[in-house]
Ligand binder design. Structure first.
Ligand code: MN3
Length: 221
């Protein structure tokens, strides 16, 4: 059994003008595709063929000899998650439930927004910025390279890819502009709300599965 590149939940030009069709096409059809292909190559010799992406990530995390599996599996998961975090006509303010929790944990939405942008720009080199739930509290975090909240026991609710390939064609070196545009015009708060509900339901066990990357169909959440 092999992993497949999942389709985007929208067309390549759906996020114009904020993310160009060129950026989204290259990002999905070159970068994301290469991670999925790399994972299949890394697994070709192994015995992990029937594990889910999340199981592979958790088994390989922190193991030097399985670094290539971890990187490919985590980047496959991260990209599938990232696509779902955006939608045409997204961005702006979340619904009441998440807005209340943001007010409780950050003070207000504007403070959260600045923290998300500052954390993204403060991540040296490649990585991801996240809104996570950690033991019932919302936090903004950044992870380097392929790392993700799942391996820290946190629930991922929202992410923005801050590898240069995510924004360089459209924003050049201005990561802060890209992340601000992401928050203001792209975030799919309905998806974040689904993750928020799931995080509450599953308590301290991180809500993992989001992906359709296996050939076999898995439920969304
Ligand atoms: Mn990427």
């Amino acid at each position: 059994m092999t992993f497949e590149l999942p389709e985007l939940p929208y067309s390549y030009d759906a996020l114009e003008p904020y993310v160009s069709a060129q950026t989204l096409t290259v990002h999905h059809r070159k970068h994301h595709k290469a991670y999925v292909a790399g994972l299949n190559r890394a697994l070709a010799e192994g015995e992990e063929k029937d594990l889910s992406l999340e199981e592979l990530i958790q088994r390989s995390a922190g193991k030097e000899l399985e670094r290539s599996i971890f990187n490919a599996a985590a980047q496959s998961w991260n990209h599938d998650f990232f696509w779902r975090c955006m939608s045409p006509g997204g961005g702006g303010r979340p619904g009441d439930q998440i807005a209340r929790q943001i007010d409780a944990d950050f003070g207000d939405f504007s403070t959260f927004r600045h923290k998300f942008i500052n954390t993204a720009t403060g991540q040296f080199g490649s990585g991801w910025v996240w809104l996570v739930m950690d033991r019932g509290r919302l936090e903004v975090t950044a992870t380097p390279n392929a790392e993700l909240p799942l391996i820290h026991g946190q629930h991922a609710l929202l992410t923005c890819d801050v590898w240069e390939h995510a924004y360089y064609l459209d924003y050049k070196n201005e990561r802060d502009k890209f992340v601000a545009v992401f928050l203001d015009t792209l975030v799919n708060w309905d998806f974040v709300a689904e993750r928020f509900t799931l995080a509450h339901r599953t308590g301290n066990v991180p809500a993992g599965r989001v992906t359709t990357a296996r050939v076999t169909q898995e439920p969304l959440l």
